[in-house]
Design a protein around this ligand. Structure first.
Ligand code: GDP
Length: 311
């Protein structure tokens, strides 16, 4: 499998957080033959539309990043929509890619595929199937597990090459800043921004004790490129750093001067989710943006671009 400057890349979810960062990364590395798909180009839930795009474009490589993505709130509220839409999207993209014989699919997985282990150790790729996903976001986790099973079946029957990148909790400029259904970092950035302009306190969900691997979008793009080059199967693709929700809240509170109230009626979700990164680190991956720098950069990007931000 050779990647050349002429190689053609198709990126689903091209206008999303990671899609934007990956497009920028590939361009910076001399790749110009990119087809970025967003929801206005194609409804990935429609198999015929997806087959048409794949047979028109005939990419060498597919980065499948598109998903119906929410944070804890949306994943818990819209369990059935999350499952149905993601199963359709993933099945259509993997199958259509296989039919046009792409050289490799790099698909976006999620930490929600992992079981809820009590011992709170960094999880390894081979532990995915060792138990049920955490109930708070299990339908999203199951939809990603099914995509992994589909990719494995496709490899077994047709020789499809693939990697399944298990991302951390992602954040960065250009994210969706939906405060009810989005991920924690963009939700908090939006809330702190509003509270600052209105001179109010911010209400934060839960206790702040939950631990996540927070990964900046540009670091994720760099990880995906390494994964395309030399990784196969499920691969942890976080930053390797772990932080509590409370740490993000403190960074934003200090940066904005806004005070905080904790809303104990809201859930903490899975208490710990972070990865053993030895495989991707051995392949040369090293994240460059730490939590404080990344959160402040993202807040400042949001403040500069407000109100022209996705919500
Ligand atoms: P997860 O990493 O898949 O669980 O999803 P999130 O990105 O939504 O992070 C959820 C964690 O952040 C939980 O521990 C929540 O209690 C905490 N949290 C605190 N405030 C917020 C908020 O405003 N929105 C979200 N989504 N989570 C919050």
């Amino acid at each position: 499998m050779k990647i050349t400057p002429e190689s053609k890349f198709l990126i689903t979810g091209g206008s999303g957080l990671v899609g934007q960062a990956l497009t920028k990364f590939l361009r910076m590395h001399g790749y110009e033959n990119l087809k970025s798909l967003s929801s206005s180009d194609c409804d990935l839930r429609n198999g015929k539309e997806v087959e048409q795009v794949l047979s028109d474009e005939k990419p060498d490589f597919v980065f499948h990043l598109a998903a119906k993505v929410f944070g804890l709130g949306g994943n818990a509220k819209f369990k059935s929509d999350v499952l149905v839409d993601n199963v359709l999207i993933n099945t259509n993209v993997v199958e259509a890619s296989r039919k046009v014989n792409v050289k490799k699919i790099v698909a976006m997985g999620s930490g929600c595929v992992y079981p809820d282990f009590a011992d709170q150790k960094p999880v390894r790729e081979e532990q995915i199937w060792e138990g049920a996903p955490h109930p708070s976001e299990d339908s999203y986790g199951h939809s990603k597990r099914l995509m992994l099973a589909h990719l494995q079946a496709s490899r077994s029957q047709f020789g499809t090459k693939f990697a399944f990148a298990i991302s951390g909790n992602l954040y960065g400029p250009g994210d969706n800043f939906d405060i009810e259904n989005g991920h924690v970092t963009p939700s908090l950035i939006s809330k702190f921004h509003t509270a600052k302009s209105q001179g109010r306190k911010v209400s934060v969900w839960g206790t702040g004790a939950a631990i996540r691997d927070f990964t900046y979008s540009d670091d994720m793009a760099a990880a995906l490129y390494i994964i395309l080059q030399n990784q196969e199967g499920p691969i942890n693709a976080g930053s390797g750093n772990r932080h509590s929700i409370r740490e993000i809240v403190e960074i934003l509170s200090e940066h904005t001067g806004v005070e905080v109230e904790w809303d104990g009626s809201k859930p903490d979700g899975q208490l710990a989710r972070f990865y053993d990164m030895s495989k991707l680190e051995a392949a040369g991956f090293k994240p460059v943006v730490g939590l404080k720098e990344g959160v402040i950069k993202t807040f400042d990007w949001y403040a500069e671009n407000f109100p022209n931000v996705r919500k």
